[in-house]
Design a protein around this ligand. Sequence first.
Ligand code: FMN
Length: 184
Amino acid sequence: MPLLAIVYFSISGTTESLAHAVARGADGIAHVALCRITGDDIVSGRFQNESLLETIDRASAVAFGSPTYMGGAAAQFKAFADASSDRWTQQRWANKFAAGFTAGALAGGDQLHTLTYFSILAAQHGMLWCGLDIPGGEDPSGRNRLGSQLGLATHLVGGLLPQSDVSTAEYLGQRLAATASRNG
Ligand SMILES: Cc1cc2nc3c(=O)[nH]c(=O)nc-3n(C[C@H](O)[C@H](O)[C@H](O)COP(=O)(O)O)c2cc1C
């Protein structure tokens, strides 16, 4: 089975719930490594968790996750991305499959910008992007509620993560793992 690395940052737990949903979706198709970026990984402004980067070195697929903060990925996620520049030089992550997920407070809280950033990060590394093949508003079970086909975008409704978005995250994990498995 391929290895799926789920690399994410979360403070209040929403993005972490999504990361676990992505992992559930990949269950039985890929081995999963949940890689949570923490504040302690960042020393003097630089991401220094080499073992997390080495987990990605071994993975066939990577899911990037971050809350949307001020219209983009959280600074802690960006510190991780910046630390991947040595790998970029040698294109060490080329041809891995990649996908992204993000949460915001608002339905239109600029989550698209975070997903766009994830896809550009993947492109910089020569990775192959895996989006959502669920047309928004057309799925009988309501997945891809916000109609975001670049990746999973969500926001809390009444303080809760909608079940349809959790299901969308599970599907994204399943799709990413199956793509890596088929092409491994
Ligand atoms: C500093 C900061 C900036 C934020 N900026 C945005 C934003 O631009 N758009 C948005 O929809 N939500 C924004 N939020 C809300 C978070 O994205 C939201 O609470 C998210 O669910 C937090 O994820 P977490 O529970 O994984 O930490 C912001 C929150 C913080 C603390």
